[in-house]
Design a protein around this ligand. Structure first.
Ligand SMILES: O=P(O)(O)OC[C@@]1(O)O[C@H](CO)[C@@H](O)[C@@H]1O
Ligand SMILES: [Mg+2]
Ligand SMILES: [Mg+2]
Length: 280
C-alpha cells in the first residue's frame, strides 16, 4: 500500500539537512544571542531563520498543514495539537550548545496526524547523523536500523537527563534530588547531550538505556518520541502512565521494567503545559 506521508517525510529529511547547512555556516561567524523566558533560555537569529526556512518549505508543498514551531510559539502563535496534519518543529535543539559551539546541535521535525506521530526526523548536524522514524516502519540513523539496548539491570545502565533552563531554587533542588537518586541506585552514569532530541536518539540507538527530563517542550521530543518507540523502546510520564507530549515531562527507556524502576527515583513537578491557555 502506498505511504500517504512518504513525500512529506522525504521533504522533512531534505529540509532538515538544508537547515543543518545553515546552522553549520552560522557556527563560523559571530552569533547574535537573545533570551526568552529567562537569562539562560537562549535564542538566536539562526533559530528564527531556520524555523522560517522549514515552515516555508513545507507550506510551498502542503499549504493546508499546521505548525507548532518553537520560535513561532515564542512569538505568540498558539501551541495547539489538533487532528490536522501538524509539523512540530524545533529549529535548533541545543541552542545553548550552538551558542557555545558545544558539538551537539539538532534540527527536530515531528509530523502528527490525528494527534498520532506519523514520522520523526532528527538531524544531528555536527555529527552528520540523520535519525528517522516512520510509524510502523522502524527507526534508522543514516540508513542503519536502530534498536534500543537490551540491558535489563538498572545497575548496569547509563541514563541521560538535563539540568534544563530553570534556575528557580525549588526546581533546581528537585532536579538535583532526582540526579542524586538515579546516580545512587547505582547506575553506571548519567549523561546529557544538552538537547532532548539527541538524548532520545541515544536511547533509540542503544547508547543509553533511558532519558528523563521535566521542563522540555513538545517540539523538543515529538520526533524523538517516535524514534524511541520505533526502535523498540517505551515512553512514559515521569510518574508512570502514558506520556503526554504537551505535559513538559518525559521518560524514555529501553523497556517498561527499567522505566518503572527509574521513575521511583524521580522527584517530579508539573511545569505549565505547552497547551495551557495563555495567562491574562
Ligand atoms: O531551547 P532549545 O535549545 O531548543 O531546547 C532546550 C533544550 O536543549 O534544553 C534542554 C537541556 O537543558 C533540552 O532538554 C532541550 O532540548
Ligand atoms: Mg529544544
Ligand atoms: Mg530550539
Amino acid at each position: 500500500m502506498a505511504d500517504a506521508w512518504k513525500e512529506a517525510m522525504e521533504l522533512a529529511e531534505k529540509t532538515a539537512r538544508r537547515a543543518g547547512e545553515v546552522v553549520c555556516a552560522a557556527l563560523q561567524v559571530e552569533r547574535s544571542v537573545m533570551t526568552k523566558s529567562c537569562s539562560v533560555d537562549l535564542v538566536t537569529q539562526t533559530d528564527q531563520q531556520v524555523e522560517q526556512l522549514i515552515i516555508q518549505s513545507v507550506r510551498d508543498k502542503f499549504p493546508m498543514h499546521r505548525f507548532i514551531g518553537e520560535e513561532s510559539v515564542a512569538a505568540g502563535e498558539p501551541c495547539v495539537l489538533s487532528d490536522e496534519p501538524t509539523w512540530i518543529i524545533d529549529p535548533i535543539d541545543g541552542t545553548t550548545n550552538f551558542v557555545h559551539a558545544f558539538p551537539f546541535v539538532a534540527i527536530s521535525i515531528g509530523f502528527s496526524v490525528n494527534k498520532q506521530m506519523e514520522f520523526g526526523v532528527v538531524f544531528s548536524c555536527l555529527e552528520d547523523k540523520m535519525y528517522t522514524a516512520r510509524r510502523g516502519g522502524g527507526a534508522f540513523c543514516n540508513g542503519e536500523r536502530l534498536q534500543v539496548s537490551s540491558q535489563e539491570d538498572i545497575q548496569q545502565a547509563m541514563v541521560c537527563t538535563e539540568f534544563g533552563s530553570s534556575r528557580d531554587p525549588e526546581v533546581v533542588e528537585k532536579i538535583f534530588c532526582s540526579l542524586r537518586a538515579v546516580l545512587s541506585i547505582p547506575t553506571h552514569g548519567v549523561r546529557g547531550a544538552g538537547t532532548a532530541a539527541i538524548n532520545m536518539c541515544l536511547v533509540a540507538s542503544g547508547c543509553v538505556e533511558a532519558y528523563y527530563e521535566i521542563g522540555i517542550h513538545v517540539w523538543d521530543i515529538a520526533a524523538g518520541a517516535l524514534l524511541v518507540t520505533e526502535a523498540g523502546g517505551v515512553l512514559m510520564d515521569v510518574q508512570g502512565g502514558p506520556v503526554d507530549l504537551m505535559s513538559r515531562r518525559v521518560l524514555a527507556a529501553n523497556s517498561p521494567a527499567l522505566a518503572e524502576r527509574l521513575l521511583q527515583e524521580i522527584h517530579s513537578f508539573c511545569p505549565i503545559r505547552d497547551d495551557a491557555a495563555p495567562s491574562l
